[in-house]
Structure formats: structure tokens, C-alpha cells
Design a protein around this ligand. Structure first.
Ligand code: FES
Length: 289
């Protein structure tokens, strides 16, 4: 094997200097705007239901209820607040120490979806470029050190495979929320019936989008079939092969699932928020009370 001769690439030097003639900056700029809007919106909604400082004027603190639509006996819970952990109350919130009761329900649960997305292989590429300029882009120069890989603190990105388990656990929880949304109860007569509202459909689309994103995860694909050397004999290897094929199908469009599912989660929450504020009215399309 030849040692070869290592020569520096003939690149221009200076921030943004490049020989590229395409609009290379458009992608990272659009991504920075998109992710920035999503992060600001999720943060605002998380704090809205908190119980301190100016947030006492809004949401849960002020007695308003912006986490779920309680319309005609159905319960449509925003995915940003599911599973619902109200500090100091109920099954999940009961054990929470009083010192943390100022926190909003979203703050307890968003750590897992945020960790899953923050360590996702696709998102890493996107925000390294969009926010950190590591790198600015292929064959684009910049004045400080070049990208040196995921070392040091960035080793925390290896937690992605563990966040995957949390993300998988969310799918049945969010599916259960869809089920709750199609069950209508009359609080007075205790009558029960089924129905479908716009809110139920919005929740269902959200679960489908999140499932597509999760099943196409690189770590999930490895988990179901990547570590296997035998796919052809026995029911278990064949099952793993089939699951790997399905995961591969989702994985081929992982970027799209990642970006669209994020938008759908936020839109889903905004729909519920708008209904609870009275800007829109939740409509029962079929059945109901
Ligand atoms: S690689 Fe994107 S979710 Fe796992």
C-alpha cells in the first residue's frame, strides 16, 4: 500500500470563501430559520404552563387550560404535554418534590424527545452547519479551526441509542391519547360514545409522523437487524430481516420524516392551543355526544 503524498486541498481561505458557484448558503440559512422557530415555539409553550414570574399570568398558572381541548366530553391532549405530568398532582406528578412545582408539565417530558432529536444523526448534521458552522459547508472556508469530529463533550451524542428507547415508549403513549380523543363522555349523565374530531385526526397524523421518524432511526435500524449475521433461516432471523427492510424504507427518507414530523408536532400543539384560547373551534366530524 502506497504511503501517498498528502497535499492541502487548493481551497480559498477566509470566512465563506469558496470556489463553489452554487447557492450553498441557502440550505443552512433556511435550516437555521426553521429549527430556530421550532425551538423558540416549543420553549415558549413549555414556559407558558410554568408557575413562576410572568408565566403566572398565563396557562395553568392563571387557571387557563391550554394543554388539552375538553370539548363535548372528548379529551384532546397536546403531544408537548403527554404523558401529562402535573407537578404535585395526580399519579405521575404526585411524587415530584414541592421545590419543582413551578415547572410546567412539558418541562418534565420534553427532555426525552428533545434529547432524541438533538442527538439524531440527521439533525446533528443540520444544526452543526446551521448554528455552529462546524463545518460551514462542503469546501467552504472559515477563519477558525476546521471541524475535528465528535470528540470531547460531543461524545454525549452517543446517548442517541438510549434516547431511542424513550422515543419508542412515546409511540404507544401518544396512540393512547388518540384513543382518548375518540371517546366522548357526558360528565353529568355519564353517557359514553365514540366520535372523531379534527383534534383526533391531528393527533393521529402526529403519531404516524413520529412513527415514521422513529422507525427510520439509524439506531433503530441497527437494533432490529443491523447486528445480525443471519437473516435466512428460522422465524426470528427472518422477522428481523423484514423489520430491517421496513426500517430501511423509512431510513431512506429519514431527513423528510425528521423535518416534517417536527413541524407536525408543533402544528398539533398550536391547533390545541388555538382551540383552548377560543381562536378556533374544535369540530366533531363524526359521532360524539
Ligand atoms: S438517527 Fe435520526 S432519529 Fe435516530
Amino acid at each position: 500500500m502506497s504511503d501517498g503524498i498528502k497535499l492541502p486541498l487548493p481551497m480559498k481561505k477566509g470566512f465563506g470563501a469558496t470556489d463553489r458557484v452554487d447557492d450553498w448558503w441557502k440550505g443552512p440559512t433556511a435550516m437555521a430559520a426553521y429549527l430556530g422557530i421550532m425551538i423558540v415555539y416549543a420553549t415558549w409553550r413549555g414556559f407558558m404552563e410554568a408557575d413562576f414570574w410572568i408565566f403566572e399570568e398565563f396557562g395553568r398558572s392563571a387557571g387557563n387550560q391550554t394543554m388539552a381541548i375538553e370539548s363535548e366530553g372528548s379529551h384532546v391532549l397536546s403531544p408537548l404535554f403527554s404523558p401529562l405530568v402535573i407537578p404535585g398532582q395526580g399519579t405521575f406528578g404526585g411524587p415530584i418534590p414541592e421545590a419543582l412545582w413551578w415547572m410546567s408539565p412539558a418541562m418534565f417530558i420534553l427532555i426525552f424527545p428533545a434529547g432524541f432529536r438533538g442527538t439524531c444523526y440527521y439533525y446533528r448534521k443540520a444544526y452543526y452547519r446551521a448554528f455552529l458552522q462546524q463545518p460551514t459547508g462542503c469546501a467552504i472556508s472559515k477563519p477558525w479551526n476546521e471541524y475535528s469530529g465528535e470528540t470531547g463533550l460531543l461524545l454525549v451524542q452517543n446517548l442517541h441509542r438510549y434516547f431511542l428507547y424513550a422515543a419508542l415508549a412515546y409511540l404507544p403513549i401518544l396512540s393512547y391519547d388518540v384513543w382518548l380523543s375518540v371517546n366522548f363522555h357526558d360528565p353529568v349523565s355519564h353517557a359514553h360514545s365514540y366520535g372523531v374530531s379534527v383534534g383526533s385526526l391531528v393527533l393521529a397524523v402526529n403519531v404516524i409522523a413520529l412513527a415514521g421518524y422513529t422507525f427510520g432511526c439509524h439506531a433503530f435500524r441497527h437494533l432490529v437487524g443491523g447486528g445480525s449475521n443471519l437473516w435466512t433461516s428460522g422465524s426470528r432471523p427472518i422477522l428481523r430481516y423484514r423489520m430491517w427492510k421496513i426500517s430501511t424504507w423509512f431510513n431512506e427518507h429519514h431527513k423528510d420524516w425528521a423535518l416534517y414530523s417536527l413541524f407536525i408536532v408543533m402544528s398539533c400543539d398550536f391547533y390545541i392551543y388555538a382551540c383552548t384560547m377560543g381562536w378556533w373551534t374544535e369540530i366533531v366530524l363524526w359521532g360524539g355526544l
